[in-house]
Design a protein around this ligand. Structure first.
Ligand code: ADP
Ligand code: MG
Length: 340
């Protein structure tokens, strides 16, 4: 066996890391939409073909990237969102690891077109397998369009494990829905194989975003939730007892604007509904939690879906009680809120 220790080159490092950040097309969509949100876009269009395997195109009207920084955006650990470790405790962006673009580019063919408001021209850059193959000036509007083609073309093992186009599309749809609900001030448009699937109003109203995505039946059966315990503020809506699901897919929880999947939060919701819903049924909820950024840690996993809380038992109790009190209050005094 060769015992020489090698320092891996950047392409190899990126490809290895891509295994963690880019699991499937929906992970690419998540990272790219999050970049558009961080760029203060008010309009984001997501287009996919063949479950994202053939094409993913995200167009935003955000800040864009400066012409001389376009290459840098594709370098590993290159980010405009934090400068040092202290910033991690005061995070107000979704991204901070500076690895999504590097990882995605290493396993696909990328075309990025971007323009800032300070420039009257844009830049187009093309990469294949992480290597820059073209960079040129181009006329374009302010914002960024990024196109990902042939995902995993150079990692056949990963490509083989992708599910059918239908299954990958379902996962992307779920990602777009969750990010649209979490950002009601942004107008989202979602196009699948040239068919418009969703246009969210982008009027800042959570309830109208819910209606545009999940329809009238869910909209008509929501109860407003609001609580302020000092260390945690909660607002949003929960479904009343006439709408529920057989799984947790309609449980939306956002912490400081970030969609998260947290066992402790999901348990608190389900325990809040316990004894009110039939057994093995899950309530519907759209909850925004606001906490001081220094009591949470989102740097648990590269996908940033998991979260750790300093005071998790307290948080568990507040959410469970808020849901339980809201549902019981609703049972005694029915309120029919039909207007937006
Ligand atoms: P991170 O989001 O963690 O900073 P990324 O690899 O996702 O890392 O992106 C690298 C950098 O590229 C970002 O910090 C940002 O400056 C820039 N960038 C990426 N996407 C966009 C976009 N849609 N609009 C403006 N800037 C972007
Ligand atoms: Mg990012």
């Amino acid at each position: 066996m060769n015992t020489t220790i090698n320092l891996l080159d950047e392409y190899t490092i990126n490809k290895i890391a891509a295994g963690e950040v880019v699991e499937r097309p929906s992970s690419v969509v998540k990272e790219l939409i999050e970049n558009s949100i961080d760029a203060h876009s008010s309009k984001i269009t997501v287009e996919i073909e063949d479950g994202g395997k053939k094409l993913i195109r995200i167009t935003d009207n955000g800040t864009g990237i400066k012409p001389d920084e376009v290459e840098k955006a594709f370098l590993r650990h290159a980010t405009s969102k934090i400068l040092n470790v202290e910033d991690l405790y005061n995070l107000n962006s979704l991204g901070f690891r500076g690895e999504a673009l590097a990882s995605i580019a290493s396993v696909s063919e990328v075309e990025l077109i971007t323009r800032t408001k300070e420039n009257d021209f844009g830049i187009k850059i093309c990469l294949s397998g992480g290597k820059i193959i073209k960079k040129e000036s181009i006329g374009t509007s302010i914002g960024t369009t990024i196109i990902i083609r042939n995902l995993f073309f150079n990692t056949p093992a990963r490509k083989k494990f992708l599910k059918s186009s239908n299954a990958e599309t379902l996962s992307i749809t779920d990602t777009v829905n969750k990010l649209s609900i979490g950002n009601p001030s942004i107008q989202f448009k979602y196009i699948n194989n040239n068919k418009v699937m969703l246009t969210s109003p982008g009027d800042g109203n959570l309830k109208s975003a819910i209606r545009s995505i999940y329809g009238k039946q869910v909209f008509d059966n929501l109860i407003q939730v609001s609580s302020d315990m000092g260390f945690i503020k909660i607002d949003g809506f929960i479904g009343n007892t006439s709408i529920y699901r057989g799984n947790r897919s309609m449980q939306h929880v956002y912490v400081n604007g970030r969609y998260v999947k947290s066992t402790i939060l999901l348990n608190s919701i389900n325990d809040g509904y316990k004894s009110i819903l039939p057994i093995n049924k899950y309530g519907i909820c759209f909850l925004n939690l606001y906490l001081n950024p220094d009591v949470i840690d989102v740097n648990i996993h590269p996908t940033k879906l998991e979260i750790k809380f300093e005071n998790e038992l307290q948080i568990y109790n507040v959410i469970k009680n808020t849901i339980n009190d809201t549902l019981l209050g609703q049972t005694l005094i029915p309120k029919y809120e039909k207007t937006l």
